[in-house]
Design a protein around this ligand. Sequence first.
Ligand code: C2E
Ligand code: CA
Ligand code: CA
Length: 560
Amino acid sequence: MATENTYQVKKYSYKEINASMDSMRVMFDIVRLVDAEECREVNISADGELCFGRECYAVWNADHRCANCTSFQACHTQSKKSRVEYFNGKTFQIQSVPIVLTLKDESPYCCNLELISFTDDAASDAMLQVEKDKWETSGYLSTHDTLTGILNWDGFCKGARNLISNNSEKKLFVISADVDNFRLVNTLFGNSKGNEVLVGIAKILEEMCGSSGVAGRCGGVNFALCIDEKDDLEKWLRQISSKVAELIHSPSFTLTMHFGIFDVKNQNLPISIMYDRSYMALESIRTDESVFYTYFTDELLEQAVHEQKIINEFKSNLKSGQFIIYLQPQVTKDGVIEGAECLVRWCLPSGDVLPPLEFIEILEQVGLIGSLDEYVWELAAKQLSKWKGTEFDKLYLSVNVSPKDFYYLDIAKIFPALCKKYDISPSKLHIEITETAIADEMSGNMAILESLQANGFTVEIDDFGKGSSSLGLLKDLKADVLKIDMRFIQRSSDDDRSNVILESVIDMAKKLHMEVISEGIETKAQLNNLSELGCDVFQGFYFSKPIPVAAFEQYAKKIL
Ligand code: C2E
Ligand code: CA
Ligand code: CA
């Protein structure tokens, strides 16, 4: 019977693993690595490449490996598992230990270290029979999806591996298929209709694959297909899409799908990696209505590796001083400096300075933006406290708040706590939010901002005019400052229509008792124009680019 211990998953670099395994071979008869998803042996070459071997259970020549085996359980529960196997008159004690390897490209690879010893005490046949019976009854369930009846993820991996192994001469594809906006199906037509649709999709996919393909449901509305070459793959996918669209007849809603395709050139890759790559392709077009399928390309992989690198480096360097704030002055039309916007910069050990566009979006996607923003806000608060009693005492600093911060951080508490910790007035800390943060009235974010305003913080709407819901937002949120998006401003001097809109926006903001800041002022003409239109404060390269704090202090000294 399997036993379980709670266990801290060990990490090895690809350089360490082979030496560590050699030292374990003193104690065990077999020491090997197993890719748990597919239960295949895996070796790590000296230069960090993964080389996949035979199915691990081939050694024991039995059939109930994978979804039921120790490796699989160990990896999925992140705990050690041990088990006795009986084969060919011999008893084997197998321990599966989940580990994480850091590969050459810094990406983590989860697999199992299997430590196997031959023992003399034969496991009783009765015990083995119990295990076998358990497998026979649970076998179907462990490979099939209970809702739709088609293969589940494990079943798909097994089925796809079989298909690929038996058709090594053929051109094959692994495809991920997702239904767009499925949430709406449940909302508009109810959960049971939602389930009915999922069953319908599964049936369509299975029928379309026929006997020469495999279809599975990976969870939610994600489906996976493994198929051989079609005369016209696009036509085949289009057929699936139109059959799926038939599942709902509604004038207000059409079921649409997106597909990501991985061309299986290297049949040795684990199915999970093939699927991930097809999914990566799908993700790249998910919000694009003009295409419904695309192929995985090496550029997508490079992009993913790059993003993973950013994420790993971010996690290990956030607090090491690599992230600093640059300040960009905000100046009145009379040339008086009022404060500055804090814009984060990532200073790499190489000396390169990364602008936020290279990492903010990635951090937002993976839910890490909150830790960066909280760190930046603290840098701003610390700076304000350093300026206390100096000539810079009267300046404010404004910080950026990502819409995602509202999910991850308790914003209403963090800002007052920072002011308390650094003994600064809330009026010195301006908070810039974009309209997406409050576009959804149901989010409760509006109440958070109102509580900050009640505590004395200044709330600014950033990038006003960039999105579509700008005007409605002004009605609901009584912000203190409106920052007009720079694209508007840069068009203003040579575009009469933009100027008319700008004038009305500034006029409206004034009537709503808001201050107006124009961003992206690059020329004297823009400054004069905006100033005539009634704008109060200006920010842009015309005055200064964002610069390090010391340089900013030099700059501010001259015009204070
Ligand atoms: P933003 O908040 O709209 O900041 C203004 C951006 O416009 C800055 O880019 C600034 O360097 C640039 N800029 C300022 N004046 C001019 C000008 O006259 N001409 C032109 N062409 N550009 C100008 P930056 O520093 O690269 O920041 C880009 C964006 O990254 C920011 O846009 C903001 O959305 C985001 N960001 C920056 N720091 C943070 C942060 O700490 N947290 C979060 N969540 N986002 C940040
Ligand atoms: Ca901003
Ligand atoms: Ca802005």
